[in-house]
Design a protein around this ligand. Structure first.
Ligand SMILES: Cc1cc2nc3c(=O)[nH]c(=O)nc-3n(C[C@H](O)[C@H](O)[C@H](O)COP(=O)(O)OP(=O)(O)OC[C@H]3O[C@@H](n4cnc5c(N)ncnc54)[C@H](O)[C@@H]3O)c2cc1C
Length: 371
């Protein structure tokens, strides 16, 4: 099959690489590959840490994708020569005070009903596991929540895709995709993977601003810390080369995503309270991007019902979990392209769950404007 993928974030790149690996003729279009939410992401592969009441389908999807990561990472590294910094030391869910601990236990209730492993630690055990922590009320070890460096994953995928990645903005047409200069690319299927920008095509996707801060050179934790610090949510993610990522804010926000002073101060204050050794760290970078949110926090994976000459597939709306969900999304999209069996955990995430679903093309927008 000749497939056009629009968007070279972690999701579009993973879909494209999977299709190429399985023998398809693929082109990926993006004016700034890897420059969307992928650039801001902390890279936590954290289905357990993200678990919440009423989101068990999403939890199952996340667990299934997390299980693919070790093999996926090994394959990407071997094929591209890029070390993507997969870390498998698990995650500590930390409560700074007793109210924070109570809030954390709400996540544990969900994990217990789903049979997901965790180990509760008192304040002394928490410090023994992670000596960089301040005097916290308690913690829980999530042994299966790991992390990678999403920028390096994108680099590895870009390396494997080579000149199949074309630096151009594209729009969906009935028979393929079109570019600003009026040229077209005909194909057998189109995959839309444009992250938060999908909102112009898919009305269910909405932008949710998130900010992360990169630090270097401090007394860093040995594993991911996800915490509430006197009510403020914060995470601290260690990476190779002495880097630490602190994140993240979450705010409904439609215009250009820029970092705000208030958000940065709150995040840094919470991170330093949690890990006092961060006090002397260098601030390397502050990044703000839009997460692609959806009404139920789950992605839209599958075929749209838009009548057209070629199938139009959505791989959008991954919200807080696009890095985690990338390998499984790639398998689901390949199954759709090849008319194969869709993994059962992905079936609740068909675009049709939001009712009749259509991609809005530029022609539709023009029609709406005229009516
Ligand atoms: C602060 C922050 C922290 C996060 N932390 C984590 C985390 O720890 N773990 C996790 O799993 N997820 C995390 N996420 C979420 C994750 O980053 C997203 O879910 C993921 O990046 C979505 O991937 P994507 O490829 O769909 O979108 P993006 O990464 O946004 O990529 C979309 C791409 O599409 C391109 N594009 C848009 N329109 C067009 C067009 N018309 N033509 C061509 N190209 C186009 C853009 O240039 C962009 O490169 C975080 C996000 C943020 C903002």
């Amino acid at each position: 099959m000749r497939v056009a993928v629009i968007g070279a974030g972690i999701v579009g790149l993973a879909c494209a690489e999977e299709l190429v690996r399985c023998g398809h003729d693929v082109r990926v279009f993006d004016p700034d590959p890897g420059g969307g939410a992928t650039r801001a992401a902390a890279g936590m592969l954290a289905p357990a840490g993200e678990a919440w009441h009423g989101e068990t389908d999403l939890l199952r999807l996340g667990v299934a994708s997390a299980r693919l990561w070790p093999e996926y990472a090994a394959r990407l590294q071997a094929a591209s020569g890029v070390d993507i910094d997969l870390r498998t030391a698990g995650t500590l869910l930390v409560g700074q005070d007793h109210d924070d601990l109570q809030q954390m236990r709400r996540t544990l209730e969900v994990l217990a009903t789903q049979g997901i492993a965790f180990q509760e630690l008192d304040r002394r055990e928490a410090r023994a596991h992670e000596p960089t922590l301040s005097r916290v009320a308690g913690a829980t070890l999530l042994p299966e929540d790991h992390n990678v460096n999403p920028r390096l994953v994108a680099e590895a995928l870009l390396c494997l895709l080579g000149d199949r990645v074309v630096r151009a903005r594209a729009t969906v047409l009935d028979g393929g995709v079109a570019f600003a200069d009026g040229t077209e690319f005909g194909c057998d299927a189109v995959v839309v993977a444009t992250g938060a920008e999908a909102r112009s095509l898919v009305p269910q996707v909405r932008p949710v601003r998130g900010e992360t801060i990169r630090l270097r050179g401090a007394d860093r934790p040995s594993r991911v810390l996800r915490a509430r610090v006197h009510g403020e949510p914060v995470y601290v993610v260690p990476r190779a080369g002495g880097e630490v990522v602190v994140g993240a804010t979450e705010e409904e926000h439609a215009s250009e995503p820029v970092a705000t002073l208030g958000a940065v101060v709150r995040l840094l204050h919470a991170a330093r309270t949690l890990v006092p050794g961060l006090e002397s760290a260098d601030v390397v970078e502050i990044t703000a991007r839009h997460r692609p949110g959806t009404p139920d926090n789950g992605p839209l994976l599958g075929v749209t019902d838009r009548p057209g000459a070629v199938p139009q597939l959505l791989a959008v709306g991954h919200y807080r979990g696009g890095v985690l969900l990338a390998p499984l999304t790639a398998q689901v999209i390949r199954a759709h392209v090849e008319d194969g069996e869709i993994p059962a955990v992905a079936r609740p995430f068909a675009p049709s769950r939001f009712g009749p679903h259509q991609i809005c093309t530029p022609a539709d927008h023009r029609k709406d404007a005229m009516s």
